[in-house]
Design a protein around this ligand. Structure first.
Ligand code: RB5
Length: 148
């Protein structure tokens, strides 16, 4: 799978770990920065990853900041993005199956690398179930379009 990844300065070290983990599984990773632990602003990277996923350049996105909150808030401002913050793998799995999430975010100050790997596994392997869930996704899209 072709995966976009981004982080701020707090998430940088965990991002390096996750990039290696994804590559060891044969995924193609597009890294949208940041490229060091120098202080920066998470909306820059939330937007870059979200635009890449929204325009179809990449299939899914992974975002990391201190908590996963700020960077996911930024990503969710891009049309078509359903970014979820997860601190455990069950929510990541259900976010795919029920909510058709296309970006997962987590916090380097909240979880360790082993939990992050489990979250990524569920996020990449679980499939959207459609069916009764589609009506609710359509409602979310209608809110985004100002129609609901
Ligand atoms: C940066 O200090 C911190 O605010 C950021 O990494 C993130 O946790 C924001 O939600």
């Amino acid at each position: 799978m072709k995966i976009a990844i981004g982080c701020d300065h707090v998430g940088y070290q965990l991002k390096l770990h996750i990039i290696k983990y994804l590559q060891s599984q044969g995924h193609e990773v597009v890294d949208f920065g940041t490229g060091s632990e120098e202080r920066t602003d998470y909306p820059i990277y939330g937007k870059k990853v979200a635009c890449s996923v929204a325009n179809g350049e990449t299939e899914r996105g992974i975002l990391i900041c201190g908590t996963g909150v700020g960077i996911s808030l930024a990503a969710n401002k891009v049309k078509g993005i359903r970014a979820v913050v997860c601190s455990e793998p069950y929510s990541a799995k259900l976010s795919r199956q029920h909510n058709n999430s296309n970006i997962v975010a987590f916090g380097a100050r909240v979880i360790g690398s082993a939990t992050a790997e489990m979250i990524v596994d569920e996020f990449l392997n679980a499939e959207y179930e459609g069916g009764r869930h589609q009506r609710r996704i359509d409602m979310i899209s209608a809110i985004e379009a100002g129609e609901f």
